[in-house]
Design a protein around this ligand. Structure first.
Ligand SMILES: *Cc1c(COP(=O)(O)O)cnc(C)c1O
Length: 355
């Protein structure tokens, strides 16, 4: 039998979650965000399950070309645009839409001599201060793009820093609206959090990411209460059982020490699989369907779980690290991070099964 760690990807849950996004923003086209290898789920696998989306957003030309070669006809948007002028011919050949966020990219378009018109998403920096033109530079950038022969449709775009938090999007949305006012141009603003909580930001295109994968963008609201279904379930099995005496420790650094005799399960899953090494003792885990906790440090290929009260647990017992029955958001919170990081970090060595 092979090593028992497997990531199960539920394609019908992906489709279901796309439906949730669409129902929240029924007037908008959906640009399914499948960057970072589809948040760890596989970029082509995610695209196939999400084929009802009107568009896909990725980071690299190579991913975009792979989608075209797999037959996808939708809009494909490069979220950071092109990184150098030598990518422009591939954009033209494969009809890839591009973010333009800086003057250097406009210069490359002007100098390109392209005979094909590229669709552009003009990114405005409304306060996140990561990518985009500042409000005072916006009009000049737009004028240059509008008079550039290599530019086709221009969509106005921004990205929210705090759509998932109480501080919200009001200031950024007001800034965007004041710049977009009176212009007959499509608009693209909302990430998952804004789709779910800020209808005023829906615009012509929405950009759902994390919600498609069945995870909540909010710290104060669960995915289940949002009607989202988990897509990735990371499953393994117990490969050894240790009987500890009072005072015995388990794992590197001996950070967990038994107060009384107890049984510990050793699970085939470690940080080289993408499980977070910084998950402390107490991180939730399901053993044989029963909720338990991790003990001690996560090692490269294994981690330890508490078998107290799970009398039937033995070598071969199933373990769920996250997914169905145990929200990845809960595991992420226990490890001091967000589900995005856990999902994206799924290692290439973990076999994937679609169900
Ligand atoms: C990643 C990303 C998204 C998706 O964000 P989620 O929080 O995962 O919904 C949307 N827009 C941009 C520009 C992004 O980089």
């Amino acid at each position: 039998m092979p090593r028992p760690l497997v990531a199960h990807i539920d394609l019908s849950a992906l489709r279901h979650n796309l439906g949730v996004a669409r129902r929240h923003a029924p007037q908008s086209h959906t640009m399914a965000v499948i960057k970072a290898n589809g948040y760890g789920h596989g970029v082509l696998r995610a695209a196939r399950a999400l084929e009802a989306a009107e568009g896909f957003a990725v980071l690299n030309v190579s991913e975009a070309v792979a989608l075209r070669e797999a037959g996808f006809k939708q809009t494909i948007l490069l979220l950071e645009g092109f990184f150098s002028a030598d990518e422009l011919s591939a954009l033209a050949e494969h009809r890839l839409a591009s973010v333009v966020h800086c003057a250097e990219q406009i210069e490359m378009l002007e100098a390109s001599g392209l005979s094909v018109k590229l669709d552009i998403f003009l990114k405005i920096n409304t306060g996140m201060n990561r990518l985009g033109f500042k409000p005072e530079a916006f009009t000049a950038a737009l004028d240059r793009l509008q008079s550039c022969p290599a530019v086709g449709t221009i969509t106005l775009m921004t990205h929210f820093a705090s759509a998932d938090e109480a501080s919200g999007i009001a200031a950024q949305l007001a800034c965007f609206d004041s710049l977009a006012a009176g212009r007959e141009m499509p608009r693209c603003l909302a990430n998952s959090a804004a789709i779910l909580r800020h209808p005023a930001a829906h615009g012509d295109w929405v950009r759902p990411g994390i919600m498609l994968y069945g995870s909540s963008p909010f710290a104060d609201e669960s995915a289940a209460s949002l009607g989202l279904e988990p897509v990735m379930t990371l499953r393994s099995r117990i490969i050894a059982v240790q009987e500890l005496d009072a005072g015995d420790a388990v794992g590197y650094g001996a950070t967990y020490r038994a107060a009384k005799p107890m049984r510990v399960g050793i699970v085939a899953c470690g940080y080289a699989d993408g499980y977070p090494r910084h998950a402390p003792t107490g991180t939730p885990v399901l053993v044989d369907g029963t909720r338990s906790r991790t003990l001690g440090r996560v090692s490269m290929d294994m981690l330890c779980v508490d078998l107290t009260g799970i009398a039937g647990a033995r070598i071969g017992s199933p373990v769920t690290l996250w997914g169905k029955g145990l929200a990845v958001d809960e595991v992420a919170a226990a490890a001091g991070t967000i589900s995005y990081e856990l999902l994206c970090a799924l290692a290439a060595r973990v076999p994937v099964v679609e169900d």
